[in-house]
Design a protein around this ligand. Sequence first.
Ligand code: SAH
Length: 204
Amino acid sequence: MTKEDLIQALIKDGYLKTPAIIEAFQKIDRKDFVPEEHKERAYVNEALPIGYGQTTSQPLVVAFMLELLQLNPGEKVLEIGTGSGWKTALLAQLGGIVFSMERIEELQKMADKNIQNYGFIENGSVKLLSGDGSKGYPEGASFDKIIAAAAADVLPEAWKGQLNIGGRMVAPVGESILVLEKISKNKFKTKEYFGFSFVPLIRS
Ligand code: SAH
């Protein structure tokens, strides 16, 4: 399986649609983000271990979530769960100003190295932050978009508060992916897509 085989399969199955997202999948090579021992499986449509009990998300899930997020160039986006940094780099490639939080220091270091290969740290497109993202990132709020890679049991209130009116959030809760559109300060339009599996969001 090559990178292009994976991308074509994701297009055929309806997960990848938007030209800019397809181009980002072509430019940001998943192989650069998976550990050495799993590189030969980088283009297989499955989650892969990245150490510390965590995984880099399944490509179809990343494609699905990025399509739902509708990120526009120049928008500020908060990502919770940097992991390998693969999705972080995709968000930057799409033109986002990305604030990405990770609670496991070693993974953050790995992501930092991976993302540096693409120049997104140096040019200010990506800021990597350490700590518990379940409280969001009040110092950097508010955000146009919020995306999470770890599943909460209940959606953190802090994330809702740190989203701009008109903004969108894509976050796993239990076995679902929720999409929230912020209509006004306390009003959200929610859609739920059931049938996914994520590592848990750890709250400190
Ligand atoms: N998209 C990433 C997926 C990483 S898995 C990738 O493709 O590599 C989810 C990540 O969320 C893990 O690295 C885990 O350590 C992190 N995580 C879990 N709970 C967290 C929290 N409360 N704050 C920040 N990161 C968290």
